[in-house]
Design a protein around this ligand. Structure first.
Ligand SMILES: [Zn+2]
Ligand SMILES: [Zn+2]
Length: 341
């Protein structure tokens, strides 16, 4: 099959890769019909994480089931399915919470070197009953791709940000996750959302959703807008040292910082004394993807939550190099890229 591969930072290639093998009686093989490039795919591309061997990339996919193990019950060959970006064993007490992060065997993310990537013609899915969801009615391909990760992540970020009804929220980083977080924060009762990104065109996207745009850093403008108090909740959808510093400087005393951006491997010098003196709550979250589906899918189906206009760019799988370069440029024009095998 063909797959998006990386073996050196700064370039990806689409090349032949061994066809995946059915991962046991509970597994399935999915023929990918659409995959997306995620900001977190850039960590290999930008050299944040070491590459010891070629990695087949991607963790956001929808597709058709082409093979199932004998013990798979919830999907069958021919079903159109959503694939969770985060995988658990599906059989332990942790996975019973529908949160793969709590898996006793340890969660795995597709396309990170252990499980194969989603930006490929085929992917092997272990514990298919846990990782796969038969495509619900009235869910578009773009919505489904966002349900695999970015919407689940933005939604979880807002849920874990302790947003008071009528509260003030800051969202740092206006990629796909940040734009989902802006919508989730408004949905969950924020009166004001300040949207922070260095790229003007990305800020404009958030303004159209009802947010107030701020160029980084956020702290000064938010303090000025809140009488020196700070924001009730700050969602950091970037998660680097600079944005973490900004989040901690922007949140009010007794407020909450909710981090879903993916840090590099270096330690972060956490200002623990500031956190203590401000009585802060600091939360970090990998989305409990499967757990969010029963909430998010009806909200999307009934038009209560709108995630239109997040995808900007439609390419074929063979154009993956162009797609990665576009995402890495973090421009206003290219926010979220679909790759179609
Ligand atoms: Zn992702
Ligand atoms: Zn498990």
């Amino acid at each position: 099959m063909r797959a998006v591969l990386i073996d050196t930072p700064g370039s990806v290639r689409v090349d032949s890769w061994p066809d995946p093998v059915l991962p046991g009686p509970t597994g399935a093989i999915v023929a990918v019909t659409a995959a997306a490039i995620c900001g977190s795919d850039l960590h290999f591309y930008e050299g944040d994480y070491p590459l010891f061997q070629p990695v087949s990339l991607g963790h956001e996919a929808v597709g058709n089931v082409v093979e199932v193990g004998s013990e798979v019950r919830s999907v069958k060959v021919g079903d159109h399915v959503i694939v969770s970006s985060v995988a658990g064993c599906g059989a332990c007490a942790g996975c019973a919470t529908k949160d793969p992060i709590q898996c006793a065997s340890g969660a795995q993310v597709f396309g990170s070197g252990v499980l194969g990537g989603a930006q490929a013609e085929l992917m092997a899915v272990p514990a298919a009953d846990f990782q796969l969801l038969k495509m619900p009615e009235n869910i578009s391909t773009e919505q489904a791709l966002l349900l695999t990760d970015n919407l689940a992540t933005g939604w979880s970020a807002a849920q874990r940000a302790d947003i008071p009804l009528g509260g003030t929220v800051v969202v740092i980083g206006l990629g796909a996750v940040g734009l989902c977080a802006v919508r989730a924060a408004l949905f969950l009762g924020a009166a004001r959302v300040f949207a922070v990104d260095p790229v003007a065109q990305r800020r404009e996207r958030a303004t159209k959703l009802g947010a107030t745009a701020i160029a980084p850093a956020a702290a000064q403008a938010v303090l000025a807008a809140t009488g020196g108090i700070g924001a009730d909740s700050v969602i950091d959808a970037v998660g680097n040292d600079t944005t973490l510093d900004d989040a901690l400087a922007t949140v009010r005393a007794r407020g909450t910082v909710s981090v879903v951006g993916v840090h590099n491997l270096n330690p972060y010098p956490f200002p623990a004394l500031t956190g203590l003196l401000k009585s802060l709550t600091f939360r970090m979250t990998t989305a409990p993807v499967q757990q969010t589906w029963p909430e998010l899918i009806p909200l999307l189906q009934h038009g209560r939550l709108n995630v239109d206009d997040i995808f900007t760019t439609n390419l074929s799988l063979d154009q993956a190099a162009e797609g990665y370069a576009a995402v890495a440029a973090r421009s206003g024009a290219h926010v979220k890229v679909i790759l179609t095998p």
